[in-house]
Design a protein around this ligand. Structure first.
Ligand code: NAD
Length: 474
């Protein structure tokens, strides 16, 4: 066996692993036979994604609803269907431009040679997706990878089995499996996936699992994009309109019941405006969801384990004396795993809710004395995936932008920078490595190959040995 032979998963343990090995070999072979799909073939693949998303809209809505217990229909339509289709359309519109070789200036002493950067498909790309937006987070990276001319294998989360099966069938109805396919299975299939020598692996999930993914991929030197989580702060400046900030934060935190990687995790509010902030967020939440026990517009928590985890974060803070403000609490909610928005006012610094990503509708609100204090608080923790800043003071805003490092920022609202497809989306530090969306996604899944076209009039032979006194002068 060659010393640098690829590290591959132990074969044949589960159905998922056997299927993975088969599909990977098939796609590798197909890639070797046709390594550079044309513009037309890529457009056809993007059209397949659009068709399968639109044709299966109702089936996807139903499957995700079944997986969550209750998933607001409009949330699935907007955050899964519309986002996917518009991402594919934007990619189609720009693909010709992105595929073009890019010029690079050639220094005077190298002329008349020419230099170019030529985007090239990487080969077979693996995508591991989470349960929280199970369609969007499987298909958005697939769109970028297919646009860049790759073949794609997707491993959805085992926590959304209905969606995983529906997606598998939908993809199979449009794609030859040598181009794009879904592998279902549990954590062991996920592990085998990360040990497979893909040409690039994009993982969306928790920071803890992301570390394991990076470790396993490193055995093959498989390049990874890690889209992870973290504690994303919402900073309300002295200069902010509290009602406007509160509406935005309540929406960002209650969309998908807070199970959004870029949801505001906690709020930093001016010390003398904490009560007003809590009241305004409560009012905004009540207005959006006047009856959360009966409405289908409020999404359930994905599993009993996550439900219990979120409840225990609240109980620990309550036991330690923090004030708890629960909006629209009712026991009728619990069998549906609906958790009302629950604010925790000024929890102890070492409370569990301030140490881990919350990923649910639990919202700590902390008093803060100044912009500097807010910056210091954010910088004490890991670099967050998102940061939200609300206010009118340009000086305070710029200070926060300059002195904090986060994956992305929305000023005076929440979540929007992620929806803007022309902005790169990704984390930094513990919240992720690499980025995608728009042209950044195309570049992530391409080898941007530098090519130097030497001129036949070149004088580089002057540098060849034997070295002479003349060469020393160059
Ligand atoms: P998770 O890390 O538990 O699982 C993600 C995926 O990894 C699933 O498909 C799972 O089956 C698989 N997996 C689990 N263990 C594995 C292993 N050892 N090896 C390989 N694969 C394995 O995450 P989750 O609970 O599904 O999602 C929630 C997390 O994802 C949150 O932390 C959230 O912030 C993050 N997230 C990030 C983004 C982003 O774009 N940055 C988007 C959504 C969610």
């Amino acid at each position: 066996m060659a010393a640098d032979a690829a590290h591959t998963p132990s074969e044949g343990r589960t159905d998922g692993e056997r299927e993975l090995a088969r599909l990977f070999a098939l796609q590798k072979e197909a890639y070797a036979a046709a390594p550079f799909p044309s513009y037309e073939e890529r457009i056809a693949n993007l059209n397949r994604i659009i068709r399968l998303t639109e044709a299966n809209e109702d089936a996807f809505i139903e499957a995700i609803n079944a997986d969550f217990g209750n998933r607001a229909r409009q949330e699935t339509v907007i955050a899964e269907i519309v986002v996917t289709v518009s991402g594919a359309k934007l990619t189609k519109k720009n693909l010709k431009k992105w595929m073009q070789p890019r010029g690079a200036p050639t220094p005077l002493h190298m002329l008349p040679a020419r230099s170019r950067i030529e985007p090239q498909p990487l080969g077979v790309v693996g995508i591991i997706s989470p349960w929280n937006y199970p369609l969007q987070l499987a298909l958005a990276p697939a769109i970028a990878a297919l646009a860049a001319g790759n073949r794609v294998l997707i491993k959805p989360s085992e926590l959304t089995p209905h969606l995983a099966e529906t997606l598998k069938a939908a993809i199979a109805s449009e794609f030859d499996e040598s181009v794009c396919a879904v592998v279902t299975g549990g954590v062991e299939t996920g592990q085998a996936f990360t040990e497979t020598p893909f040409d690039h692996l994009l993982f969306t999930g928790s920071t803890a699992v992301g570390k394991r993914v990076a470790e396993a991929a490193a055995k093959n030197l498989t390049p990874v994009t890690l889209e992870l989580g973290g504690k994303s702060p919402a900073i309300i400046d002295e200069s902010a309109d509290i009602e406007t900030a509160a509406r935005s934060i309540a929406h960002g935190k209650m969309l998908n019941a807070g199970q959004t990687c870029v949801a505001p995790d906690y709020v930093l509010a001016p010390r003398d405006k904490v009560d007003a902030t809590v009241d305004a967020i409560a009012a905004a939440a009540r207005k959006m969801f006047p009856a959360i026990d009966t409405t289908h517009d409020y999404t359930s928590i994905i599993s009993d384990r996550h439900f219990a985890r979120l409840k225990s974060l609240v109980e620990e803070a309550r036991d330690r004396g923090a004030k708890i403000v629960e909006i629209g609490s009712s026991n009728a909610l619990y069998p549906q795993r609906k958790l009302p928005l629950t604010m925790i006012v000024d929890p102890p610094a070492d409370a569990a809710v301030m140490k881990e990503e919350i990923f649910g509708p639990v919202l700590p609100v902390l008093p803060i004395g100044s912009t500097d204090e807010a910056i210091a608080y954010v910088n004490k923790g890991d670099r967050p995936l998102a940061l939200y800043w609300y206010g009118e003071s340009d000086a305070a805003r710029d200070k926060v932008l300059e002195k904090t490092v986060s994956g992305g920022v929305t000023v005076n609202d929440a979540l929007w920078h992620v929806a803007q497809e022309n902005l790169p989306f990704g984390g930094v530090g513990k919240s992720g490595i690499g980025a995608y969306h728009g042209e950044t996604g195309f570049n992530t899944f391409s080898h941007l190959k530098p090519v130097f076209y030497q001129s036949r009039f070149a004088s580089s032979a002057l540098l060849h040995p034997p070295y002479t006194a003349k060469t020393d002068k160059i």
